[in-house]
Design a protein around this ligand. Structure first.
Ligand SMILES: Nc1ncnc2c1ncn2[C@@H]1O[C@H](COP(=O)(O)OP(=O)(O)OP(=O)(O)O)[C@@H](O)[C@H]1O
Length: 260
């Protein structure tokens, strides 16, 4: 069996707010294994982003256990165990695209030639070759997000945390990036934790789909995908795909509140 990359046991996180406590995560138990592609899906406010942020040591658990590569999130952060792609592109406006991508590589002291190679590969992967010298504000929102994905890819961490990275992109670009991400994942044996609101995206990409529900944020279903590793886009029309999508939809419906 593959090693555990993220392991959560009875994990709880409660935010204290002026309106009282918000139970963002309640008794979450989950094991992400090396090489897994795990999608987190659920309605707004069910704690998907919070879970990623706990892994990345950007939030502290209230109780329970969480390890990342067998370490505390704090030690994992110091060991630079992961790359993080945020919901909104977080690029420095005073740096060109290539300099933005270079930043983590500079911090990690990659040799200049290696930096250049990685930047070129990452830009190619997200279809941004030729935009190296542009500044973020010269690109569309979608292109900026692709650049921030390139930054997380260039930095060669085994674990990629992706918070709705393709949510703002048009569907054709999104399809392309989904395919490219799968290829990259297959080639590199990375472990990916991926937040999405899209059922087809979750089913297409994942080896494991974690369905969550809010108030309090909890895991209501964990689906191990039966789809083959090789996934042309056409697989989305197959009976097997639709069966898994149906189960995800049922899980979402069961945990959904219509009272908002
Ligand atoms: N810093 C914070 N302080 C207080 N409450 C917070 C904070 N961050 C998130 N929350 C609350 O915790 C709950 C979970 O939020 P979270 O962002 O993790 O959900 P999500 O599933 O990622 O939502 P979305 O799909 O909208 O991004 C929500 O009720 C949210 O309002």
């Amino acid at each position: 069996m593959q090693a555990s990359v993220v392991s959560a046991k009875d994990l709880c996180l409660t935010y204290q707010t002026n309106d009282g406590p918000v139970h963002a995560l309640s008794d979450v138990n989950l094991d992400v294994r090396k090489g897994d592609f795990v999608s987190f899906i659920g309605p707004s406010g069910c704690g998907k982003t919070t879970f990623l942020r706990v892994i990345a040591d950007l939030e502290k658990k209230t109780s329970g256990e969480i390890t990342v590569n067998g370490m505390t999130p704090d030690d994992a952060r110091k060991a630079r165990a992961y790359g993080y792609v945020f919901q909104a592109p977080a690029l420095y406006p005073w740096r060109t695209i290539e300099k933005n991508i270079a930043l983590p590589l500079e911090i990690m002291s990659y040799a200049a030639a290696d930096q250049k190679k990685r930047i070129a590969e990452a830009l190619d992967l997200v279809n941004l070759s030729g935009f190296e010298k542009k500044f973020p504000w010269q690109l569309s929102g979608g292109m900026q997000q692709r650049a921030s994905i390139a930054r997380a890819l260039a930095f060669d961490a085994d674990l990629l945390l992706m918070d709705e990275p393709f949510g703002a992109l048009d569907e054709i670009v999104r399809d392309h990036l989904n395919e490219e991400l799968l290829k990259l994942w297959a080639r590199t044996n990375k472990t990916i934790c991926f937040v999405t609101h899209s059922i087809p995206e979750a089913v297409y990409l994942s080896t494991k789909i974690v369905v969550m529900s809010p108030r309090p944020g909890r895991v209501t279903d964990v689906i191990d995908s039966t789809l083959p590793a090789e996934r042309p886009l056409g697989i989305r029309e197959t009976a097997e795909f639709l069966k898994i999508a149906h189960r995800v939809r049922e899980g979402l419906r069961a945990g959904h509140s219509y009272e908002e």
